[in-house]
Design a protein around this ligand. Structure first.
Ligand SMILES: [Zn+2]
Length: 417
């Protein structure tokens, strides 16, 4: 059951980190240095991943962060890989940390198995300290001040700076600040909303009074067609040719446009839902399990459910709200939200059904969102909280007794690590 998980969500008190992502404009020398550093970070990621895989095959155990970091000095001494010395050493150690995290996320079933990084993909390097925001720029060790348009800053300490380079050769810096504020205490007074993530619609919500459907933006399809066309063009180009390089860039640009449009949509929708509600109940999706079904695979990765749930989660944390994830095996579609009768089977293409027990006519998704909401409320009540839906002020057990503190600023920037 996921009560333990829920309880830890309730009592867990985190320092509030804020992130913004800004475009940066390195000069040619800086580009060269950054390319070198990102290349070294990518090489080390792939080397460490390979080493972990091999060690696992031989011993049945992986490598810890410490064990991996101990390999670095040896590599720097070896003649073939001595060039690693030119890379700022903390960037390499940050890479180790991120790889270890990626493995942990995989073993906790939150993510896919870590993948090798390609020269053609997005390049990145993370600086865990010693960076500085200065006038008109960001100061990076070994690289100097890179010109940047920073439109907003947060009070607090700059923790890490992650530089990324897109396949379309744009550079960005994600600045992570430790605002030294505690996250607001979780308070479960206010509205509770249940969200069913759909395929036909992006999601269907029920807030106790009304059901709303949110469809995928129409322009996604247009982008998709465009992408397919450009990909086909790329496939026809000769390997290693100039025109192939050009076509690859065009494909990357469409990818970028799709990803921006999707993030924009998910940010706006999650912002609206979090503004209107204090508790959001979603199904805990085992994305890996679902993507095994190839019919659904494309649709699921397209709509970005995982990203949506992350956006909801951090926006809720900022306001002291709560994300409740219910067990994905909870039969939200097959249970009648009126009388709780459970039918044995409901094929995916059956959009409507009538409850054989009480005769209620159900829209599949609407019924599911009602059930998800009810199940979330039930789980909260197991923890000794009552929700606004049942009336009265509610505080989660084990939470602090201090006053709810709203954070003074809010960020729409994705907290990409
Ligand atoms: Zn019924």
């Amino acid at each position: 059951m996921c009560y333990d998980h829920l309880l830890s969500t309730l009592v867990h008190l985190k320092l509030l980190y804020r992130a913004i992502k800004v475009r940066i404009y390195p000069n040619p020398q800086q580009c060269q240095k950054l390319t070198q550093v990102m290349g070294a970070a990518r090489w080390w990621w792939n080397y460490a991943l390979n080493l972990s895989n091999q060690t696992y095959k031989e011993t049945g155990k992986g490598l810890t962060q410490i064990a991996l970091n101990q390999v670095l000095p040896l590599l720097k001494k070896s003649e073939e890989t001595a060039w690693l010395k030119d890379c700022y050493s903390q960037v390499l150690q940050s890479t180790t940390l991120n790889l270890t995290k990626a493995f942990k996320n995989f073993f906790d079933k939150r993510a896919k198995y870590p993948r090798f990084k390609s020269y053609h993909g997005r390049q990145s390097a993370q600086y865990p300290q010693n960076c500085q925001v200065v006038e008109n720029g960001v100061k990076i060790p070994q690289v100097g001040v890179i010109k940047a348009s920073i439109y907003r800053l947060f009070d607090g300490q700059l923790k890490t700076v992650t530089i990324t380079k897109t396949p379309t050769r744009k550079y960005y810096a994600s600045l992570l600040f430790d605002t030294e504020l505690e996250t607001p205490e979780v308070v479960v007074t206010g509205k509770v909303i249940g969200i069913d993530l759909g395929l036909k619609d992006f999601c269907i919500t029920h807030n106790g009074e009304k059901t709303s459907k949110y469809t995928n933006p129409k322009h996604f399809k247009k982008h998709q067609k465009n992408l397919a066309r450009k990909q086909a063009k790329l496939a026809r180009k000769k390997k290693g040719s100039k025109s192939r390089q050009k076509a690859r860039k065009l494909v990357a640009r469409v990818h970028e446009r799709i990803s921006n449009a999707r993030q924009d949509f998910l940010h706006k929708l999650s912002r609206k839902i979090v503004n209107d509600n204090q508790v959001v109940v979603v199904e805990n999706l085992n994305v890996k399990g679902m993507v095994c079904n190839h019919n659904l695979a494309q649709a699921i990765s397209d709509v970005g459910w995982g990203m949506f749930i992350n956006f909801l989660d951090y926006k809720l944390q900022q306001k002291g709200g709560l994300l409740v994830e219910i067990d994905r095996f909870f039969p939200s579609s097959k249970t009648c939200s009126n009388c709780l009768y459970q039918i044995s089977e409901l094929p995916l293409d059956m959009r409507e059904w009538i409850c054989p027990s009480c005769g209620t006519h159900h829209d599949r998704d609407e019924n599911a969102s009602k059930n998800i909401r009810a199940e979330g409320i039930r789980q909260l009540s197991v923890l000794g909280t009552r929700t606004a839906a049942e009336g009265g002020e509610v505080r989660p057990k084990g939470g602090r007794k201090s006053v709810l503190r709203h954070s003074p600023v809010s960020s729409e920037a994705p907290t990409s690590a």
